[in-house]
Design a binder for this molecule. Structure first.
Ligand SMILES: Nc1ncnc2c1ncn2[C@@H]1O[C@H](COP(=O)(O)OP(=O)(O)OP(=O)(O)O)[C@@H](O)[C@H]1O
Ligand SMILES: [Mg+2]
Length: 261
């Protein structure tokens, strides 16, 4: 199983959207796909048609508190992937889960299901707290969605420092698969001007690439999400082809790196 986290502490850069779009395409291509919603906002849970607040529903919090295993909480979504739901109860994770092994809870929890899935896609919250340490320690690869603007670029420094610390302390194999430009508008000068900066940061500081496939700004994605699905399952749109191209690129990057996908 290869584990890919969609991560950036900057909010609203399309982490959830991209995680869902890619996970749904893995599932459609026949890969046994596990999605882990590590964000207490539970947007991934919601898009996959699961009610985050259903009474008695077990969630990632029960896994972190060792009251359940992944196989006890996982639910099959209509689109294909199995989903570990989250909900708002996990939002004070930083205080709930403290102690010596608190940073490896997720890695240890997914180990027993590694033989049952080909790919695990993790959606993560817009923070750099204990949840995202867990995510980065559990992941083989990180995909970093960014917007092509100054504030988004500024946030990459903190992320790169965290990735470096995680590598040093707990997960030396962690690699950033690529920076993913989302909500891209090729018609704006600002957007185009941000590209060389992003390329430079990717190569110099993050030892990675900027994916060739950029995701354009489009309302089709919000339409699909309002119907609780990815663009892979809705009416064809520009954004669906952008994510198709990205999916191809992710698979080829994984194969280049020797992944069995
Ligand atoms: N390419 C796009 N074009 C237009 N809207 C988009 C695009 N990608 C994402 N969105 C919309 O932007 C909003 C934020 O996207 P999303 O929730 O995926 O970001 P996020 O990084 O997961 O946010 P958070 O940090 O809160 O978890 C959503 O309403 C989503 O539908
Ligand atoms: Mg999100």
């Amino acid at each position: 199983m290869v584990t890919i986290a969609f991560i950036n502490q900057k909010g609203g850069v399309a982490k959830t959207t991209s995680a869902v779009e890619i996970a749904s395409r893995f599932a459609r291509s026949g890969k046994r796909t596990l999605c882990i919603d590590a964000d207490p906002q539970a947007n991934m849970t919601y898009i996959y048609g699961i009610n985050p607040d259903r009474e008695g529903q077990r969630s990632l919090k029960d896994v972190f508190s060792k009251e359940a295993e992944i196989i006890d909480v996982v639910q099959r979504s209509a689109e294909g992937p199995d989903v570990v739901p989250n909900n708002i109860l996990m939002s004070n994770a930083d205080r709930m889960f403290v102690g010596v092994n608190s940073m490896t809870l997720l890695r240890n929890a997914i180990r027993p299901v590694a033989g049952s899935y080909d790919v695990c896609i993790i959606d993560s919250p817009p923070t750099l707290g204990m949840i995202n340490w867990n995510v980065l320690i559990a992941a083989d690869y990180a995909v970093v969605p960014v917007n092509a603007n100054a504030l988004s670029i500024q946030g990459l420094r903190a992320l790169s420092e965290t990735v470096a610390e995680v590598r040093e302390e707990a997960n030396p194999g962690l690699r950033i698969l690529g920076l993913l430009i989302t909500r891209y508008n090729p018609r704006t000068k600002l957007g185009r001007e941000a590209l060389p900066d992003l390329e430079m940061i990717a190569t110099r500081y993050l030892d990675t690439i900027v994916f060739q496939s950029k995701i354009r700004q489009s309302v089709a994605v919000e339409d699909a999400q309002a119907n609780r699905m990815s663009t892979a399952s809705s009416r064809r749109s520009k954004i669906a082809s952008d994510y198709d191209a990205l999916f191809g690129e992710i698979v080829s990057e994984l194969r280049k790196k020797g992944g069995s996908i």
